[in-house]
Design a protein. Sequence first.
Length: 355
Amino acid sequence: MATKGNLSAVLRKVDDLSLEERPIPQPGQGEVQIQMQAVGICGSDVHYWKKGRIGDFILMAPMVLGHESSGVVSAVGDGVTHLKVGDRVAIEPGAGCRQCSFCKEGRYNLCPDMKFAATPPIDGSLCRYYCHAADFCFKLPDHVSFEEGALLEPLSVAVHACRRAGISIGSNVLVCGAGPIGLVNLVTAKACGASKVAITDIDEGRLNKAKELGADYIFKIDPTKDSRDIAKEIENSLGAADQTIECTGAESSFHTAIYATKSGGTLVVVGMGKPVVQFPIVDALVREVDIRGIFRYTNCYPAALALVASGKVDVKPLITHHFKLEQSLDAFETSRTGAGGAIKVMIHCNEEYQN
Ligand code: NAD
Ligand code: ZN
């Protein structure tokens, strides 16, 4: 096997990300080999780079980063019938064991044996060639770009969050945080039929992007202010939120999210901050506010793709920066600092950048 030809962005240890030539992998049974095209940088990639761990997932050995991705099928393993060489695909980065009760019930995101790209110890897809389970690759229609294909990953988080929130026609929705995840939740809530969506952030630039993407109300938050007062202010414009989707991970925002959700409403917690926080449990329980967590997504890629392919959501405005694979370090630095108003930073993995 050739030991070169697969330039890969490898995280060796905390703060040590560099490019390395690795062998080109060959597809096993049920897998396809993909010539990678677009890979978006996610906050978790940056977190592994700078901290080496997220919760119990700890970087113990060098690992390729990247999991928001798309490419072109370049080889097909045995048993694969629905894809062929040349197909353009979006890659759903995690596959469950297919055997446990969670997998069988369709909640494979809860599978204890989940293998998820760029979650230690599984290599990610920020490289030239990558092999993946074919049933977790989704063929892109010609008019859906590779970048949009990569963005199906965060969009699937939003599909799962909006489904678990029960957003539907006429909903009044509050989204806390206008980072990439808050923004995809905004556009997905609208696509679910929400009539009004309010969004918060502490950053003016991100709120402006939210406005561009269709937010009805934007709130610049001063996190030192009392959360009840902030919630009141939101309620004065939006009304009480039928559903709230928390996408900051900040404790104070979690408080605002509870206070701003209407009695009998639902709060979905997406943001991952401190593992243990204080929260106003009595206020939540006496008003029967349902608090639900989400972890990634399950069976959401087809809906995310349909949203993009039908034109019901436009994720392209999230993309602010482009880099080549060789410039991965610059790309990560841009994503980490948010320099130049960075929201979603895209890396293009092959020399001839196509879209
Ligand atoms: P991000 O850091 O880019 O966005 C967070 C946004 O929240 C930023 O724009 C920040 O300015 C804003 N913010 C911070 N404090 C705030 C406050 N007090 N009030 C209002 N806004 C505030 O991150 P992201 O990529 O958009 O991801 C958002 C969160 O979702 C992260 O915590 C991430 O770990 C989490 N996440 C969870 C899942 C899951 O499966 N549960 C999946 C993906 C991401
Ligand atoms: Zn399983």
